[in-house]
Design a protein around this ligand. Structure first.
Ligand code: F6P
Length: 517
């Protein structure tokens, strides 16, 4: 983003009254509400006006955003440090990439996972003579957070499918609880790992195999495992038969992979049709992203506004407040999607990035979060833009609790915007304690209803808005070299290479009697 061009706007608007900006929109207020694919994006409470937005869109033009978008959507190399395209859109239901190798592979894998999911759901797949009643996904990061979020979000669509459980942690209790109470002969473990070499996942899978071997004879063990991986030889070496190792190609980034075979636990637990509807919703958002004018394009606008807040106004974090019990894991999911993608400090050609990268993303589910960290949002010194994610139907629901949920969300947006100024004359010495500064911007993303289509569209919207921010910051959103160092150091610690470490780390290992070597 050309800071120089936007600085004047930020100087003008940064300290202005947000109430004045918002009320000043007048009849044009509705121009700040955009819709596509069953989602309404309300930007009316953002700290910018029409002139600043026009400058942002000009900046997008000068960065050739539309050209970069077309490169992404046509399978160009958008991940130059790994020499790859980012083709997760190929998995969306109805995606138009026919004729390419990727299309063939996607069609083949989707037919395989659908058939397997149906066999498991119908009870015809019986590795130990009993139907599967629980699937346990073992994976971490992108091989965990997507399936975990969607399993929760769409739980009411499962229609009697096997239970879905998730194991990501090295803490043995995670696996213990995931299998607790289950008949081992009715369990299916899915090892989701592109590399099939991630420590947490491999140790979890080995522990699962060891546990299961106490209950199931060795010749039946492999029947209780399936995998999604780009390393089929490693999965085979682990003991998973080739027909149940589903392709997770290297041109699908981990945090963009929920649409692929990584979603196998969902395809089984929720059913292939629900999973397909989820992918179809994402495809609607892809089409919108590909064809809507930039000034009406939800992912483009959201990406530009988030960059505006981060870079021009200097807000270092963004809070995701989902007003739905079913979306309680949305903030965790977006945290990885955005922070692993945009937490970079060099441009595509390796030069120091001229601006900050993406914001710190955090949040939770409302109204519970109102009783935990919202105090800090209202009266803390830092300004944090909030994204409220809600369900439009709730506003006019016949259910009083749904209406109350919507009212709470609306009230929080208004409270953050306006704050509360109390005079000492009325409140006495507590006036300053009870006052709230306001002036805190928020956006609202309203799903028509929470269903597979709108959820798919919501996730795709965020994937694309991350891409837009990547273009603005000039960085590569598809690599994640920053997570490597910790992996190398862990391996060194486990091997006992203590001389490599700083005095503090070495002392910690000595003091605690570390048993790794
Ligand atoms: O945390 C780094 C990371 O590489 C993520 O990007 C990825 O989703 C996760 O690890 C798991 O990787 P894999 O699927 O190869 O096990």
């Amino acid at each position: 983003m050309s800071l120089a061009a936007l600085k004047a706007h930020a100087d003008r608007l940064g300290g202005a009254s947000l109430r004045d900006i918002v009320d000043g929109r007048g009849p044009a207020l509705s121009d700040w509400v955009f819709s596509a694919a069953g989602i309404e994006l309300d930007l009316t409470k953002q700290r910018l006006d029409a002139d600043a937005l026009a400058s942002l869109l000009e900046a997008a033009d000068s960065l050739e955003l539309a050209h970069h978008r077309d490169t992404l959507l046509s399978g160009g190399v958008v991940n130059p440090t790994e020499g790859r395209p980012a083709l997760h859109m190929a998995y969306r239901e109805g995606a138009k990439i026919s004729g390419t190798d990727a299309a063939d592979l996607v069609a083949r894998t989707q037919a395989q996972t659908r058939e397997f999911a149906q066999a498991v759901r119908s009870g015809t797949y019986q590795p130990s003579g009993k139907a599967i009643t629980r699937v346990v996904n073992i994976g971490i990061g992108g091989s965990d957070l997507g399936p975990r979020l969607i399993a929760d979000a769409l739980a009411e669509f499962a229609d009697g499918g096997p239970e879905m459980r998730f194991v990501a942690s090295l803490d043995p209790s995670d696996l213990r609880l995931a299998v607790d109470g289950a008949d081992p002969e009715t369990l299916l473990f899915i090892v989701a790992s592109k590399s099939f070499s991630t420590q947490e996942t491999l140790m979890g899978a080995e522990a699962a195999r060891a546990w299961l071997s106490a209950h199931v004879p060795a010749d039946r063990l492999g029947g209780h495992f399936a995998a999604a991986s780009a390393a089929p030889q490693k999965a085979a070496a682990f003991g998973i038969p080739a027909e149940r190792v589903f392709d997770f190609p290297d041109w699908v980034g981990g945090r963009y992979s929920v649409w692929s075979a990584v979603g196998l636990s969902l395809e089984i637990g929720l059913g292939p049709d629900v999973f397909a509807a989820f992918r179809a919703g994402a495809q609607q958002m892809d089409q919108h992203f590909a064809s809507a004018p930039l000034a009406e394009n939800l992912p483009v606008l959201k990406g530009l506004i988030d960059a505006w807040n981060r870079v021009a106004l200097g807000y270092p974090s963004r809070c995701v407040a989902a007003y739905s019990a079913r979306l309680g894991k949305l903030a965790d999911y977006l945290q990885q999607l955005e922070m692993e993608s945009l937490g970079k400090s060099v441009t595509l050609d390796g030069a120091p990035a001229p601006t900050a990268g993406g914001a710190l993303v955090w949040g939770g589910a409302g109204t519970e979060i109102q009783h935990s960290f919202f105090q800090w949002l209202h009266q803390g010194k830092d300004i944090v833009p909030v994204d409220f994610i809600g369900v439009k139907r709730h506003f006019a629901s016949a259910d009083a609790r749904e209406r109350a949920l919507a009212a709470n969300m609306a009230a929080q947006g208004a409270a953050l915007l306006d704050g509360r100024q109390l005079s000492e004359a009325d409140e006495g010495e507590l006036a300053s304690h009870k006052s709230m500064p306001g002036g805190r911007p928020s956006a609202m993303l309203l799903l028509d209803d929470l269903n597979p289509q709108t959820l798919g569209a919501l996730i795709a919207l965020h994937e694309h808005k991350v891409f837009v921010e990547g273009v603005v910051y000039g960085i590569n959103p598809y690599d994640q070299w920053g997570v490597e160092l910790g992996k190398v150091l862990t391996a060194g610690i486990l091997k006992g290479e203590t001389k490599e470490y700083d005095a503090s780390t070495k002392a910690l290992l000595d003091r605690t009697g570390f048993g790794g070597w």
